[in-house]
Design a protein around this ligand. Structure first.
Ligand SMILES: [Zn+2]
Length: 197
């Protein structure tokens, strides 16, 4: 089992990712930013309707290790509220922008904080072939894979990677599903990089 995660959306590319997930009976987790939710509320609803998971990724992708407690509260709670207003859904998971922060920040966030074990660096390469290679070469059972549904190159990579992983015998599930299958209790204030057996 693998948990694919897509950050920084929803965007105009998200529907392409949703389509290939659906065609392959697969699910993923989307860590959304509040400012994008304001623009792409209809896409967010499609993410949820298709059975995917939505996580909180701050309001405007600030480094949360540098903000005041008041600003942190706004970034987290404000984004939860925007997601709820747009969709009626409240995320249980958080991913901090840039994967920053340790125990102190995680405790203040008061949600399970999800990091990753495979980094496609898709934002850097913007190269479909390189993104596909990063996933296929490195992936193993229990991995959490980081991608961004903000780029055309990533949407194109998803169209190759998702059927390929299914063909390799992997089930693509949400982070919460993966943790449940692995009997891992997701605890607020704790962080998780993978769900290995
Ligand atoms: Zn991000």
């Amino acid at each position: 089992m693998i948990a694919l995660t897509f950050d920084d959306g929803p965007s105009k590319y998200t529907p392409e990712v949703l389509k290939v997930l659906k065609e392959n009976d697969s699910k993923a987790t989307f860590f959304v930013v509040g400012s994008q939710v304001e623009r792409f509320g209809d896409v967010l609803n499609q993410v949820i309707e298709d059975g995917n998971e939505v996580g909180n990724h701050s309001y405007n992708h600030k480094d949360l290790t540098t903000v005041s407690d008041e600003e942190l509260y706004k970034q987290v709670k404000g984004t939860d509220d925007l997601i709820y207003i747009a969709s009626g859904y409240t995320p249980t998971l958080m991913r901090s922008p840039y994967g920053k922060g340790g125990d102190e920040l995680n405790e203040k966030i008061s949600k399970p904080v999800i990091k990753w074990s495979v980094d496609t660096r898709d934002w850097e390469s913007r190269n479909t072939e390189m993104i596909v290679d990063e996933v296929i070469k490195n992936v193993k059972d229990g991995d959490i894979v980081l991608m961004h549904d903000l780029y055309d190159s990533t949407a194109e990579a998803a169209k190759i990677v998702i059927p390929k992983l299914v063909e390799m015998g992997y089930q693509l599930v949400t982070v919460s599903e993966l943790s449940a299958y692995r009997d891992i209790t997701l605890t607020p204030g704790q962080q998780y990089y993978n769900m290995y057996k």
